[in-house]
Structures are given as structure tokens and as C-alpha cells.
Design a protein around this ligand. Structure first.
Ligand code: AMP
Length: 611
């Protein structure tokens, strides 16, 4: 996850309170001198360290449930930078305004926290091992799910640390600590017999002291109601700096003898089944499970957990059979209708492959349809058959029997706009960002392959589930020749004008950049929870509206960052409009910055303490 403070010259990273005070001393101790550092207790939090009247003040800044940042009792800000800007104008409860940043000495980078330096490798290794992914599928899984996996890893990262000994008894802990030398501060952490509860065992004066670690309902860890932490490794890191009520601080770890040769080199926590647990909620000793979405009680299914993340042909054995025309005998067509489109109805079905059967959606061409419709459906099939991306509905093939049938992967959650309008009070805005990020990944893939969709709209984004979207309906799509950057339609047609960029309407010119415009309209539909764009206007009037420099208003629940992106997508001149590489990066950055918010409880808020 990008750190929103990483670029600030006065951000020191993961340094201790006393180191912060040293830097402030060296910088002159003037009133309002300040620096920012990583909070050692809360994931994603910071501490503002400052000086007033030759005293130090340290204000914890928490990342809150809604993704904003605030000092206890203070106003919320969208990032740490904005927060510092605010307090430079108004003390608003601080000892004084922020007057002078204490910048890092030249050449000094922010100190990475223990988790910062291992995170990326852990996320990659974990996704690879858990879902058995390689190549493009692995890269896309990392991009789309890093925040969720990272949160899970943060809460289990202690299992990779040398000082973590797993489930051992108190007596075993003592014998491990008594073996070899017994310096004060030698320690280990163990899991207690009651699963999910932990203890810290610490040597002082040749005696071993045992401290029970409690885990509260908000998911925070603490010892004897002391400082609370999001994770066990943060608790250990903190207690290495000061005893905080323990008999001594943690000084030297007793390495776990069962740890592999790679001890000290964190590896993803292994699961007895060989697959890591696919749940992203942590359950504490009371059996209380914090709910990441506020909607689901069960654990969260990630796109990689579904059978349609990877291509049905990812198995080389299955690939041998891949062809556009499918045998009717391998297809079971159900009576259940999933929806109705221009061609006719879409039915549920099952397609039998060599080793497995997959659920499919079957677009049936109505009998008695004209030849042009058959040709159109075949064109759609040919286009889609060339595409293979987890965020695009894959076509398995076509089948010519009682009707011409287009057989596709099943996305049973239905179109995005209908889903959102029916669940507007239940789906948090983060979830919308997550889905729109996936659409951006799919569109970036199309752009890279030089395909133009020409009908991107919320009605053509289908859901596999609440957290997994796929782009569908390639009926108007075009594959561009390698050196073409746009497609020029010969005539106008039955076009979705409200989704079309000015150059489509004015010059019949279609490109990935005009898809970007449609993506902006799709974003608007999504963030307005399924409202119709340009509500009262007729399609042709929209052009005048746009030419007058007007744009749709910000939907009420839409974050300003997302409205800004929509407006970038609605840049009138296509040359100045961002491409999908840029759009995906922008929405990803925002999505990562807020992704943890629904999974973090509002922790205790320590007031600033002068020292
Ligand atoms: P279309 O003809 O592509 O506009 O599809 C019409 C409707 O059929 C859609 O709005 C969906 O409700 C349903 N549908 C189409 N494709 C699928 C699919 N791959 N999986 C599930 N439902 C689908």
C-alpha cells in the first residue's frame, strides 16, 4: 500500500519517540518545529512530534474507519499532508500551530518499519502459494487484492518472526529461555492452549516472567490493559523500545528452534492443508469476528477463490480442446433465464470439459433472426474468444444447434447498476471503488491488446459476487489493427450516446480514449448507486451540455478523489484525456489508501503527552 506520507520531507518513517526528540533537538527546538513518524501501534497511523516552549509533544494520528486521518478529538483530513497543512494554519487544540518542518537530513530516507520491508515479498509469496498462481494471473491478483492480503498478512506476520514459538506450554517456554545464556530481556512469544490467545515470556534476573496478551473485541492486542496494538509484531516492536509496564524491555529474542533454516527470513504462514486459510477476518478468543464489509458475516471470498478467476483453459490438458465451436453434447442448457438482451435471452447452463464442469451463461439467438444478427453475434464471439483476463467475461465458445448460442463464463451477480441500486444502503463506498478498480484493470488489458469496447456502461459490468466484477457485452467492440489507434465508424447506429465521448458523436471516432470517457460515466453510475446518467436529458442534448463545459454533478456519496477522476475521464479533447494505464494507477492508489478502512476498528485514542 503506498504510504501517503512517504513523499513528505519531514516524514521520518518508523523511528522511536526518543529518536524523534533527538531530531527535533538537532533542528533547534524552535516553537512549532515538527516532524511526522510512523505510529508503532496502529497500522496506517502516524505520530506528529513537535516542540513548544522547549517541551516535546507527541500526537497520535489515527487512520479512521472512513479512511480519513485525525488527531484524537480533532477534525478529519483526507491525508497526513492535509492534516499538517491544516494545523499549520490553526492550532485547534495542539500546543501551537505547526510552524517549521523538521526535515530529514539530506540523503536520509524514511526508516522502513519492520513490516514495510517484508510486505511486498510476503504478499507475492502468499498469493502465489495460496492460489497457485503464476505469471499474469499472479500479477493481477497482487494488484487487485494487495490491500486485503496485506491486512491478513499483517495480522499473521508474527508467525514468521524468530521470537514466535507457536503453541508451546509455559514449561517449554521456560526451558527454551533457560537454555544458553539468560540475559535480561531475553524473550519469546507463544500461543496458549486456548487457541487464539497468546503470552509473552521474558527473562529478568534469571527468572522467567509470563504475561498474558489479551485481544479485545475491536481486535486490539494488549498486556494488562496497557498500550493497544493492531498486531502482535507491533506489540513486540514497541516493547523493544520501552517496557510499558513489563519488568524489563524486550531485548533479545530466543529463536524458535523449530523454525526452518530461513529463520529470520519471513515466509508466508503455511497452512496444514498446504493452502493458506482463505479468510480475511481475524477471529478473537471470544469468537467475535470483525466484519470487513459490514454486510457479510461469513469470511470474504476473493476473486481468486472463485472458479472464474483463472481461464477455464489454464490447465494445459483442457487447452488442447480449446476451439471456438463447441459440441452440443458437452452443453447442458437450463430453463433458468438470467436476463434478456438484444439478441434474445441469456440462459443458465453447464459446460462439460475434460476434467471439470463449469457454470456458464448462454446467450441464445432468437430463432427467425436476421442474418446480420447472426453475424453480429459471431463477431462478438470472435472478439471475446481472443480475450483472457480475470476482469472480463470470457467466452468459452459458440454452439450451433437449436439456436446459435454464445457460451460464456457465468457472472451470476447481475449487472452492476441493478446490484448497487438494490443494495444502496448496504454497500459501502469502498466496495464501489474496489469494483471500479477491477473494471479499470480489465479496460487496461483491452487497451494494451488494442481492443475498443464501445459500450462500457454499468449495465455491461457483471458481478460474480459483491467483490468481483467482470466487463461483458462486446457486441459493439472492435479489434484495432496493430498500428491503428482508433476505429472510424462508417455510419452512426443505435448508440448509447450518454456514454459516448464527444469525438464519437462528432466524428464517429472510437479509441481506448473514448472508452475512458465511458469509464467516467460508468464510474458516475456506480458512485450514484445505479442512477441514470444525465437524468432528464435526451441523448442528443448531452452534447450541447458538454460543449458548454458542463459535466454531471458529484453523486452524493462519491469521494472527491473519485469525482476528480471522473472529470479527468471527461476531458473534452481525447488527446488530453488520460489512458487506462493512468486511470488504473489513479484509482488503485486511492483504493489502496482506503482499502483497510472497513477492516480497522476505531482504536483507543491516546491524548498527546508532554514528556
Ligand atoms: P446482454 O445481451 O449481454 O445485454 O445480456 C443480457 C442480460 O443477461 C444481462 O443484463 C445479464 O443479466 C445476463 N447475462 C449476460 N451475460 C451474462 C453472464 N455471462 N453471466 C450471467 N448473466 C449474464
Amino acid at each position: 500500500m503506498p504510504n501517503p506520507a512517504a513523499h513528505l520531507p519531514f516524514y521520518f518513517g518508523s523511528i522511536s519517540r526518543s529518536d524523534a526528540e533527538e531530531h527535533l533537538k538537532l533542528a533547534g527546538m524552535s516553537d512549532g518545529l515538527f516532524l511526522l513518524r510512523q505510529c508503532l501501534r496502529n497500522l496506517g497511523g502516524y505520530v506528529l512530534s513537535m516542540v513548544h516552549k522547549i517541551q516535546f509533544y507527541h500526537y497520535p494520528i489515527e487512520r479512521q474507519m472512513n479512511g480519513t486521518y485525525a488527531i484524537a478529538g480533532g477534525k478529519a483530513h483526507c491525508g497526513p499532508e492535509e492534516l499538517c497543512e491544516y494545523y499549520s494554519k490553526d492550532a485547534d487544540g495542539l500546543c501551537c500551530t505547526l510552524r517549521k518542518p523538521c526535515n530529514r537530513p539530506s540523503g536520509m530516507e524514511p526508516q522502513p518499519g519492520i513490516f514495510d520491508s517484508i510486505r511486498d515479498n510476503m504478499v507475492r509469496a502468499y498469493i502465489r502459494q495460496t492460489w497457485n498462481l503464476e505469471g499474469e494471473a499472479l500479477e493481477l491478483a497482487i494488484i487487485s487484492q494487495a490491500p486485503q492480503v496485506e491486512k491478513l498478512l499483517a495480522t499473521t506476520a508474527h508467525e514468521t518472526m524468530r521470537w514466535y514459538h507457536g503453541i508451546i506450554s509455559r514449561e517449554q517456554a521456560e526451558s527454551r529461555l533457560y537454555s544458553g545464556t539468560q540475559p535480561d530481556g531475553k524473550f519469546l512469544m507463544r500461543e496458549r492452549k486456548e487457541k487464539g490467545t497468546y503470552a509473552l515470556s521474558l527473562v529478568y534476573g534469571k527468572t522467567v516472567y509470563h504475561y498474558r496478551i489479551t485481544h479485545d473485541k475491536a481486535g486490539k492486542y494488549s498486556i494488562e490493559e496497557g498500550t493497544k496494538f493492531d498486531t502482535l509484531w507491533q506489540l513486540v516492536e514497541y516493547l523493544k523500545l520501552k517496557p510499558d509496564g513489563l519488568i524489563y524491555y524486550l531485548k533479545e529474542d530466543a529463536p524458535n528452534p523449530d523454525m526452518s533454516a530461513a529463520s529470520g527470513t519471513p515466509v508466508p504462514p503455511a497452512h496444514p492443508s498446504g493452502k493458506a486459510p482463505r479468510r480475511l477476518t481475524t477471529q478473537n478468543s471470544d469468537g467475535y469476528t470483525p466484519d470487513p464489509t459490514g454486510l457479510e458475516n461469513k469470511s470474504r471470498i476473493l476473486p481468486m477463490d472463485t472458479s472464474c478467476y483463472e481461464s477455464p483453459y489454464s490447465d494445459p490438458e483442457e487447452l488442447k480442446d480449446k476451439k471456438l465451436f463447441l459440441k452440443r453434447s458437452n452443453l447442458i442448457v437450463d430453463e433458468v433465464e438470467l436476463g434478456v438482451g438484444n439478441f434474445g435471452c441469456v440462459r443458465k447452463g453447464v459446460y462439460k470439459m475434460r476434467k471439470k464442469q463449469i457454470d456458464v451463461a448462454i446467450k441464445m439467438l432468437k430463432s427467425g433472426n436476421e442474418k446480420t444478427q447472426r453475424d453480429d453475434m459471431m463477431k462478438e464471439a470472435q472478439i471475446m474468444h481472443q480475450l483472457d483476463n480475470p476482469y472480463i467475461v470470457r467466452v468459452i465458445g459458440v454452439c450451433e444447434a437449436e439456436a446459435l448460442m454464445l457460451v460464456m463464463e457465468m457472472a451470476s451477480g447481475g449487472p452492476l447498476h441493478k446490484f448497487l441500486s438494490s443494495k444502496r444502503d448496504e454497500i459501502p463506498v469502498n466496495n464501489v471503488v474496489e469494483l471500479m478498480h477491477q473494471v479499470a484493470i480489465g479496460m487496461k488489458y483491452l487497451e494494451e491488446k488494442n481492443f475498443v469496447h464501445r459500450d462500457l456502461a454499468a449495465r455491461n459490468v457483471l458481478l460474480v459476487n459483491q467483490h468481483y466484477a467482470k466487463i461483458s457485452d462486446f457486441g459493439l467492440s472492435k479489434a484495432l489493427a496493430a498500428d491503428d489507434s482508433y476505429y472510424m465508424a462508417k455510419t452512426t447506429g443505435k448508440w448509447p450516446l450518454k456514454w459516448y465521448a464527444p469525438e464519437c458523436i462528432l466524428f464517429r471516432k472510437f479509441s481506448s480514449k473514448s472508452d475512458v470517457w465511458s469509464y467516467g460515466v460508468t464510474m458516475w453510475e456506480a458512485f450514484s448507486y445505479g442512477q441514470k446518467p444525465y437524468k432528464k436529458m435526451k441523448g442528443p442534448d448531452v452534447m450541447t451540455f458538454l460543449e458548454n463545459g458542463k459535466r454531471m454533478e458529484c453523486p452524493s456519496r462519491c469521494p472527491p478523489e473519485m469525482y476528480k477522476l471522473m472529470n479527468q475521464c471527461w476531458t473534452f479533447k481525447w488527446e488530453d484525456r488520460p489512458d487506462f494505464v493512468t486511470v488504473e494507477t489513479l484509482i488503485r492508489t486511492y483504493y489502496y489508501s482506503i482499502a483497510a478502512k472497513t477492516e480497522e476498528g476505531a482504536g483507543p485514542r491516546g491524548a498527546a503527552t508532554p514528556t
